[in-house]
Design a protein around this ligand. Sequence first.
Ligand code: TNX
Length: 517
Amino acid sequence: MADRAPAFPALVPRPLAVAPGRGVFELGRTARIVVRDGEARGVARHLAELLRPATGFRLPTPAGRGESTDGDVVLGLRQGERALGDEGYRLTVEPAGVTLAARTPAGLFRGVQTLRQLLPAAVDAPARQRGPWNVPAVTIHDRPRFAWRGMMLDVGRHFFAVAEVERLVDLLALYKLNRLHLHLTDDQGWRLAVRSRPRLTRVGAQTAVGGGPGGHYTQRDYRHIVAYAAERFVEIVPEIDMPGHVNAAQSAYGELACGGVAPAPYTGIEVGFSSLCIRKEETYGFVDDVLGEVAALTPGRYLHIGGDEALSTDLDDYRFFVQRVQRVVRAHGKRMLGWEEIARAPIRRSTLVQHWKEPELARRAVAAGARLVLSPATRAYLDMKYTRDSELGLQWAGTTSVRRAYDWDPATLIDGVSERDVVGVEAALWTETISTRAGLDHLAFPRLLGIAEIGWSPAEGRSWREYRARLAAHGPRLDALGVGYARARGVAWPAPEPRAGVAIRPERNVSPANRVG
Ligand code: TNX
């Protein structure tokens, strides 16, 4: 895939190695998705479900040692192939059939996304489309550069319903992202039910930025999101932001404030004014109850304790708090993760630190032996405006074009921080200025694709010139999926095509989301 080559294959993220073959595979009406190992059955079913609506094919998923025949897609696990790693795969497309091999179901799942992206974009439409469903022959070897490839969604400032979150999980999966960090609590709202402290949501969830109605996830809702994500090999990372950003919690339980008086709900967008009462023992009963329930609900390995912008917490108190909470997280069997400010406190080597602004704090974390998740606000904050005249978004870290979100490298971002200090990258979508799917789509897409590629693809060979041609080819796919991405300048987006067989009047092809941007 040299710079001058056409954007084939238009895969995002760019795979490690692509070798074009001879001829074309056509996915036909009688194709089957044959599974060689029971463990891979779920992935085969998932692939069939992805392809059925647009193709209209049955795509049965027979298990067992069954022979495959011409025209089938075959999924198999090869535990022995160490070179494929935990998420890598090898995809072979020949005129006679498709073979996908990986060491793990997760690897097969990542490979399925590649096959999906090799098919015409219309395969991602929700209703029957005209074929043919051709894939040029190719062999792809692939594995990720970083283990942590995430996105954060702030459901505290504005609440996003379960269906919206799960739709986002589907989109993360398409681009091989594997973490969804949910910022569940902030000054403006507490969004997860906690059985031992029912007022957190009964009172603390009723507000949002701008005074909207708020909302929250029941524990059942949250479990549903976790399971939905797990089926797509996405790990949910829950964040309970402390000791700052706690106005909603204190509005429900006044004893969490040093003065013991519950503040009024907050619907503005200032930060840094609230703090838990650090030297009160009750505070730690609260922390233990909340983190205990969140840990029990979360099969993932990490609990994010926030720790950012605790501007009204005294520094010694802050250090004391972080150390104490670190013990609570461990006692509940999880690894702690926090925003970069936690590097001001003594932290364990196993703690992860999320860089967003200060290089010095990233260096301090590394000096303590901890590793970093990189979310530089000037690159990976999806809530920054694209340009000065963007309607949505903030601007405190500058404007972030599609190019700027793409054109950086984790190994050279921060002096004194090298590749081995970095577990990966995470895009962050704060929601002060958005409350709808359309707003989310507009800010996240297409910039999220760039972050996904930075997390997955090797640095060598990545260039904006080559990437933007591949990115353009994702416009029709995002259109087919109903994603209202920003058709930002600098990318030669193909004209949106009316969907064959769906409707004649163009208005009916355009979801409300597409009208933004
Ligand atoms: C900073 S980044 C914050 C958030 C805001 C965001 C807006 C970080 C850890 N804290 O509270 O929502 O800026 O871009």
